[in-house]
Design a protein around this ligand. Structure first.
Ligand code: G6P
Length: 604
């Protein structure tokens, strides 16, 4: 979603701001802009579309200044037009904002009564004009900023420049993350650590309700009670080099290929191959006493949760509820006494998941997270933090973070089963050994998947595609369909294979490809029967299976290496990613930044 950079620098900030906006592109955006103080006056450039348009605009009509703010906008209030793009400015202030100001209509009416008119539909324009109004009323910059903040409800991360104030930049956070970067005689704001990579590695993660007053030499932070506070300085290891595609055509392709390494890296933090045991981070409750587990997430992370339900119930015998985060707190969930709620998120910032986490925490549940962004809000607010070690994921569609989430959830399942004495030592050893074999199996698929490429060329002309699977492969079918639709814009749905006859089979004709995910085993016989029912109706079935005897049974097949049953979802996640990736490539869509999508969805 939207990205923020703010620089109080020593030299012209425009090149560094454009570099930071480039690093923020991965979050998804539809317009971009920068504003600087040039001789104390605010100058601005904004463009819709890709960052290149802004770079061209700045190239054609340069602006320069030692302090500046920049933004990539993912439209919420108001269309992605130049008028709605950030920074919003008046002659006195320039503002960039992530989040949503919920009471902007009331504030806009209030300003209108004062004769101050907002021209666009953007909530940010309203708070910019409100701040300007307080300055015009004679308030000093910090007082005016605090007064404006005190009037707004909703979510925000803000960075603000004021004309004539060369040694001042203001920022605030509530609901949307904001990071302060400490430089050498320079100060920065960024919406995440990647924005500030290459600028500084000394970071302060602002907390909820914090407001910051930056000068070139210091950062003053006021907490939600307006008390001056000291916040911890963290050292970031993220470098701009991490967001390099290397020899790959897309970040997504690079991230798919990184999976053997990052899955092994993640498993390495939890498994002890010598003893066949699993060690989870310390927790202040006993897993043996957990009566119920609730898994909550959005998007691809939600499908990881669905896989985990099958794992945890089957192997550790604990009842699991799975919820879409945006539904969770509004349905008044019934919490079990002493239950464990686990929230799964790549970014650790997804607004709905974070709100669900807070809901569970307030209800006295044990709260854990499985999270990739180590310094994210979720990682800082949960008692039990299980990190995935996927490294920064830049492609909007999640791939390596998903398989690393599965790796952690599988390890968690085994640890839980052992703790509850339903998995014996020899069984635990066998499951750990299976997990250890996963990276090699993933490598094998990646080094030999040509049939998927030719399959994808044909899929690219389909209008609708179905993915079907049974049991633990059902969530993989859902993930396959999600990945395909978000990347290629082809309508795709995932179904439990046994459910096809209850409606979806009406869609089947020779134009609808059906991808059946069916690793060899008891349950696959049922899936194969369902696929035969589709073939009998001229459906164009493509089988993904390790059962070589079925390789000519249907119109198409991708033969997989055989994996241990426990790790099958981790391994079968790979072909569905590849199908989506190559279909999108064949269609020529924007693989890394599909239209309308954002990487971390920080608004509800
Ligand atoms: C967005 C992304 C998805 C991601 C989902 C949940 O929709 O485009 O790829 O799965 O958010 O994100 P999270 O960071 O919470 O895993």
């Amino acid at each position: 979603m939207c990205g923020i950079i703010g620089i109080l620098g020593k030299t012209d900030t425009v090149p560094a701001m454009l570099g930071a906006l480039k690093r923020l592109e991965y979050r998804g955006y539809d317009s971009a802009g920068v504003a600087v103080l040039d001789d104390g006056q605010i100058k601005r450039r904004r463009e819709i579309g890709k960052l290149q348009a802004l770079m061209n605009s700045v190239g054609d009509d340069p602006i320069a200044g030692t302090s500046g703010i920049g933004h990539t906008r993912w439209a919420t209030h108001g269309e992605p037009t130049t008028k709605n793009a950030h920074p919003h400015i008046t002659s006195r202030v320039a503002v960039v904002h992530n989040g949503i100001i919920e009471n902007f209509r009331d504030l806009r009416d209030e300003l209108k009564n004062l004769g101050i008119i907002c021209e666009g539909e953007s909530d940010t324009e309203v708070i910019t004009k409100l701040l300007d109004h307080y300055l015009q009323d004679g308030m000093d910059p910090v007082t005016a900023f605090k007064a404006m903040i005190s009037r707004v409800t909703g979510a925000y991360a803000l960075a603000v420049l004021m004309s004539g104030e060369k040694d001042l930049m203001l920022g605030a956070r509530r609901g949307s993350p904001l990071v302060i970067g400490l430089g050498d005689g320079e100060m920065f704001f960024g919406s995440d650590a990647l924005a500030l990579a290459d600028l500084t590695n000394r970071l302060i993660y602002m907390e909820e309700g914090d407001l910051a007053v930056l000068s070139h030499s210091k950062a003053e932070i006021y907490d939600k009670n307006d008390t001056l506070v000291q916040r911890k300085i963290s050292f970031s290891h993220i470098s701009g080099a991490l967001i390099d595609r290397g020899n790959h055509r897309h970040f997504m392709q690079k991230e798919i290929y990184e999976q053997p390494t990052v899955v092994a890296q993640t498993l390495g933090r939890y498994l002890n191959p010598n003893t066949g045991t699993i060690a989870l981070p310390a927790m202040d409750f006993s897993l043996a006493n957990i009566s119920k587990i609730t898994l909550v997430a959005c998007g691809t992370s939600y499908y990881a949760a669905l896989v985990a339900k099958y794992w945890i119930e089957q192997y550790a015998h604990v009842s699991v509820d799975v919820d879409i985060a945006s539904e969770f707190r509004y349905r008044n969930p019934v919490y079990a006494q002493g239950g464990l709620c686990l929230f799964i998120s790549q970014s650790g910032e997804t607004a709905d998941t974070l709100a669900a986490l807070r809901h569970a925490k307030d209800a006295g549940q044990h709260v854990g997270v499985i999270v990739n962004a180590a310094e994210s809000s979720m990682a800082r607010e949960a008692a039990l933090v299980m990190h995935t070690h996927a490294g920064p994921e830049i492609g909007v569609a999640s791939t390596k973070a998903f398989t690393c989430q599965l790796a952690v959830l599988a390890a968690f399942t085994v640890a839980l089963g052992v703790e509850r004495s339903v998995i014996e030592t020899s069984r635990s050893r066998a499951l750990v050994a299976e997990l250890e074999s996963a990276p090699t199996l993933i490598s094998k698929i990646l080094s030999d998947h040509d049939p998927i490429i030719s399959m994808a060329d044909k899929l690219a002309s389909a209008r609708d595609i179905l993915f079907v699977g049974r049991g633990i492969q059902y969530p993989i079918a859902l993930e396959g369909a999600l990945k395909l639709k978000e990347l290629s814009y082809i309508h795709a749905e995932g179904y439990a294979a046994g459910e096809l006859k209850h409606g979806p089979i009406a869609l089947i004709d020779e134009h609808v490809p059906v991808i059946g995910i069916a690793p060899k085993g008891e349950i696959s016989k049922k899936t194969i029967s369902n696929l035969q029912e589709i073939a009998a109706r001229k459906g164009n079935v493509i089988l993904v299976s390790d059962d070589i005897s079925l390789s000519t049974e249907f119109k198409g097949a991708f033969i997989m290496p055989t994996a241990g049953q426990f790790i099958e979802p981790l391994v079968y996640a790979i072909p569905v990613q590849l199908i989506a990736y190559y279909t999108a490539v064949a269609k020529g869509t924007d693989v890394d930044q599909p239209r309308n999508l954002a990487k971390a969805v920080t608004v509800e």
